[in-house]
Ligand binder design. Structure first.
Ligand SMILES: [Zn+2]
Length: 425
């Protein structure tokens, strides 16, 4: 795994944590008796979690729904205050203009721990009319219930369990809930990155896939980063019938440029690039003056977008089909790639051992194509970051989204046990 400079600088503390987590893992692997108190508390908490899910889903929170997001921020602010947190609502720096909710608790331990989730959903206002909240057997349906209101519920009720147990084994415990994850965290990503860099551990609470779909629950250690390329060709317009030779056809040139760059990402390991959109002239009797193409880019390694951009610029400059045309291309990074560091991996392995205590399997997924806020949290390389501590669910970004009710207790147990273990280090 190539590390950029800030990652390497942070390596010593990360590795120290990794080593201590690995020791813990080795010590705990054989014993595997569940913490009876935490398990009983998780069981007792289940009805309250379901109640919380109802109140979270009842407030519609599409990423552009500023009213809904404001109501949700107030609810979360109140809930965190009731748990003893000092809270803050920080304005996003771009986008719809909603608030990030940040809660802080001061403990008596050493480790600084951050828990994160997002309050926004992909659904348009009114979705509850066609997809109301309903329970059918083990499934609780509702728009955004898995992605990511289940994650918020895990955080709130894990903190309730640990508060009731008098747990204070942390230096600072921060909860961050952002309102724009589904639109690339355009107004909260920098806040997440800056805050996460002040913590030793970040547990991110996106959902894990339902067991009737994925068979096994998972923790996520990597997610592709996203970027886009906008390529523009300027040619010269002319009459397509009377004087085509005076024109400089921007479509011919952009077709040439797209074809000569279509396999470029294969030369830059860890990148995928596909041209996905072209727009040009509306008129059919004119040699087109302008053409614009867009490409979707995914990165599975840190920093590879810089190499891809260099290769792209060099390729474009290397060959031109239509003389007198000008081609420019701009690569813009959306989310960076998320690649868990050594201490993140050790932490996830600890999670596997904890799940074994309650006879459940947990798979560690090294990389997915989906994007996540864990990428911002892990950007500095300073914190151990692990993703997918939310509830098990399915149907996100689609129809009939649900969570599995029987994942509530295991997930509360996992989170509370993780936190108490981290606190011991
Ligand atoms: Zn999500």
């Amino acid at each position: 795994m190539p590390l950029n400079t800030p990652c390497r600088r942070a390596g010593s503390t990360s590795l120290a944590l990794a080593a201590s987590m690995a020791l813990l893992f080795a010590a705990g692997a054989a014993a595997a008796a569940p913490d009876a108190k935490l398990l009983a508390a998780a069981n007792a908490q289940q009805p309250a979690v379901i109640e919380t899910l109802y109140s979270l889903v009842t407030i519609e929170t599409g990423s552009g729904d500023v009213d809904g997001l404001a109501r949700m921020a107030t609810l979360l602010d109140d809930r965190l205050k009731a748990l003893g947190f000092k809270t803050e609502r920080r304005k996003t720096t771009a986008g719809a203009g909603a608030d990030i909710v940040i809660g802080t608790l001061k403990g008596t331990g050493k480790r600084n721990i951050m828990l994160q989730a997002h309050m926004d959903t992909v659904y348009e206002r009114g979705i509850l009319q066609s997809q109301p909240i309903k329970q059918e057997g083990n499934r609780l349906y509702g728009p955004g219930i898995a992605d990511d209101k289940g994650g918020i519920a895990v955080i709130l009720h894990s903190m309730k369990i640990l508060n009731d147990a008098g747990w204070k084994d942390y230096g600072t415990l921060t909860v961050l809930v952002d309102p724009d994850e589904e639109v690339g965290s355009i107004g909260s990503g920098e806040t997440i990155a800056a805050l996460a860099a002040q913590h030793d551990v970040v547990l991110s609470c996106e959902p894990t896939a339902a067991k009737d779909v994925a068979k096994t629950e998972a923790l996520l250690l990597g997610a592709a980063g996203t970027a886009s390329v906008v390529m523009e060709v300027k040619g010269r317009a002319s009459h397509a019938g009377a004087a085509p030779e005076l024109g400089r056809n921007a479509i011919y040139e952009i077709a040439h440029q797209m074809l000569q760059t279509r396999d470029l990402a294969k030369e830059v390991p860890g990148t995928i690039m596909n041209w996905t959109n072209v727009i040009s002239n509306k008129a059919t009797n004119q040699i087109p003056e302008l053409a614009v193409a867009r490409a979707d880019v995914r990165m599975t390694r840190s920093g590879v977008e810089v190499q891809l951009n260099e290769a792209l610029q060099a390729k474009i400059a290397s060959s031109k089909l239509v003389p007198d045309t000008t081609t420019t291309a701009k690569l813009t990074v959306g989310r960076p790639a998320f690649i868990a560091n050594a201490s993140g991996k050790a932490l996830a392995e600890r999670g596997q051992a904890i799940y074994k205590e309650i006879d459940r399997e947990l798979v560690l997924v090294p990389m997915t194509g989906g994007a996540t806020d864990a990428a911002f949290a892990g950007r500095s390389g300073k914190a151990a970051v692990v993703e997918s501590f939310g509830l098990a669910g399915f149907g996100y970004h689609a129809r009939d989204e649900y969570i599995e009710i029987d994942s509530i207790v295991p997930r509360l147990y996992l989170m509370t046990r993780m936190l108490t273990e981290i606190g011991k280090n």
